[in-house]
Design a protein around this ligand. Sequence first.
Ligand code: NAP
Length: 302
Amino acid sequence: MARPCSITTGAVMGINKLLDGKALASELRAEMATEVRNAVAAGARPPGLAVILVGDDAASQVYVRNKQRACAEVGIVSVPFLLPVDTSEAKLQALIADLNGRPDIDGILLQLPLPEGLDSRACLDAIAADKDVDGFHPANMGKLALGLPGFAPCTPLGVLELLKRNNIELDGKKAVIVGRSNIVGKPLAMLLGGKDANATVTLCHSGTRNLKEECLKADILLLAVGRPKAITADMIPDGCVVVDIGVNRLPDGLCGDVDFEGACAKASAITPVPGGVGPMTIAMLLANTLKSWRERLAQEKG
Ligand code: NAP
């Protein structure tokens, strides 16, 4: 069974704060459930999320089940579309076009990775930007870059919410992100470096010359590398806040990108893996769906 990397060891080593995403996500789901319950009791239609899964990838099936369970808890109607592995791109695009036009659907989630032969980018781009609750559409990425309202990707949003709700100061702090993917590192850099968070951001990647030197400048170190324990204790400055986004499967369970036990001796606060950023990602998918639903309800009224 998946287990956190030695949380107890961290506590023994005197870490100040464990950033508990699991508990916070549960609180957020309860808040969202209250909002939905009240609105539905007042006559509104419930929020709707279409969940498309193509093929039988085992990990994707687990992710989809977890997302559907979270939807149910909040009162979001999740509408599953489980398509066979040999689904043609034309058929998938036709389904997306249909969902784009459905008034009961506020968000469309296309679970990645898609089976070989399907163009993920083209399929994601086919989702209407105002139903793109994953925040992967170029229009939403563009809005994020411009500081305009839209949907931001769920993992970076979840990181920000986790930091804010734990009263971690971002304004004027040095945030060092390792990893520049389109779904995590890049949008996270835009969010943290935007006017709201107001951090000063360094974005590292495989071409970064001296990663350790960059990491040691951080007030907040955020890791999205996808390599188990790639960040060792000697790369973490004393008192730093460590946000471990990495999820790596090892024979004895899940593990992040940070050597958790080593990091606990240095960090003032740290996320566990699992139980840190992962649950916040799902909570933000629900939050984005509710945001779309609210906007759509307002349009339907007015
Ligand atoms: P990705 O697309 O593979 O990107 C990895 C990034 O790490 C790339 O930018 C790569 O640099 C950089 N990198 C790789 N090796 C490096 C090194 N030695 N030094 C410095 N940078 C290095 O991965 P991703 O999709 O962003 O995911 C990253 C991790 O986060 C994975 O473990 C994934 O499972 C996890 N994740 C978790 C959640 C969650 O909800 N908790 C959500 C999404 C992803 P280049 O760009 O130069 O190749």
